[in-house]
Design a protein around this ligand. Structure first.
Ligand code: PBG
Length: 324
């Protein structure tokens, strides 16, 4: 028997496997999400997301120092305000939780690339991502005015990039204009373009105290069954000036990531969301899965076409890379 073609030749040992490896995760690919709360000396573990915490600003700075030492280049900040109201006023207050956190980080760690999530759900008393009409519908155009104000206030505080996650129509164009008028022409927009109405956000809503008090987000986030619509959403955001487009969640939507990658020539981010994290993390912690499931799942997101991965595993990956 003479088998000439033997794919196993390139799998004989780790050296050759690493030479022909098609997809590699670099630390630069990863964005690490962090939750900030008011107060002092708080580092409170989020029960539904093991190893993730709500930090007060003083503790957040210690964490950012550690992240920087681990080589993490970029973080995505979520604020949990003390005060919530109908119009989410803490979200655009110059002394809001995010604005204070961004200023503190940029003063102490100017090189850390700080991205801020732009959405109202953590700040409104009803937990929806915008301003409600009398009958409980999220008023698209009214919400845009607030999103514009929020984005400008984050840029003023020193955010390097803003990331709208609200799914209102026209928000990227509106925000671009608002940022440009305020002089922030170099603050890029990473748009949560294809953001699905997903059960995988459950642990996050617990962490950020942002679950809607009535109804759901189906009137603004996308139906999980749709992929052509994802292409239309991405197309609109690019036309409106998005610098980076995002697909969210990641693992249940790898086909969407691939489709967007093949259709458009723009950097693509994928959000490996809280539910994906907790599912794998808890399975690993309980001995149901080998730890290598973490890297395998992140590699699959990159292989699908993501250039940037937002993941709660970023710190874990940084340690893996360091220890190698
Ligand atoms: C805010 C927002 C959410 C997430 C990111 N930004 C929650 C939601 O839309 O309900 C989810 C992130 C995660 O699950 O890790 N709208």
């Amino acid at each position: 028997m003479n088998i000439v073609k033997r794919p196993r030749r390139l799998r004989v040992n780790e050296t050759i496997r690493s030479i022909v490896r098609e997809t590699k995760i670099n630390i630069e690919d990863l964005v690490y999400p962090l939750f900030v709360v008011e107060g002092e000396n708080i580092k409170e573990e989020i029960k539904s997301m093991p190893d993730n915490y709500r930090f007060s600003i003083d503790k957040l700075l210690e964490e950012v120092k550690e992240l920087q030492e681990l080589g993490i280049k970029s973080i995505l900040l979520f604020g949990i305000p003390e005060h919530k109201d109908e119009c989410g006023s803490d979200a655009y207050d110059e002394n809001g939780i995010i604005q204070k956190a961004v200023r503190a980080i940029k003063v102490n760690f100017p090189k850390m690339y700080v991205i801020t999530d732009i959405c109202m759900c953590e700040y409104t008393c009803h937990g929806h991502c915008g301003i409600l009409t009398e009958d409980g519908y999220v008023d698209n155009d009214k919400t845009l005015e607030y999103l514009g104000k929020i984005a400008v206030s984050h840029a003023l505080a020193g955010a390097d990039m803003v990331a709208p996650s609200d799914m209102m129509d026209g928000r990227v164009g509106y925000m671009r204009e608002a940022l440009d008028k305020a002089g922030y022409v170099n603050v890029p927009i990473m748009a949560y373009s294809a953001k699905y109405s997903s059960a995988f956000y459950g642990p996050f809503r617990d962490a950020a105290d942002s679950a809607p008090s009535f109804g759901d987000r189906k009137a603004y986030q996308m139906d999980p069954a749709n992929i052509n619509e994802a292409v239309r959403e991405v197309e609109l955001d690019i036309e409106e000036g998005a610098d980076i487009v995002m697909v969210k969640p990641a693992l249940p939507y790898l086909d969407v990531i691939r489709k967007v990658k093949d259709t458009f020539n723009i950097p693509i981010a994928a959000y490996n969301v809280s539910g994906e994290y907790s599912m794998i993390k808890m399975a690993v912690d309980n001995g149901l899965l080998n730890e290598s499931a973490i890297m395998e799942s992140l590699v699959s997101i990159k292989r699908a076409g993501a250039d940037i991965i937002i993941t709660y595993f970023a710190k874990y990956v940084a340690k893996e890379i360091r220890d190698k």
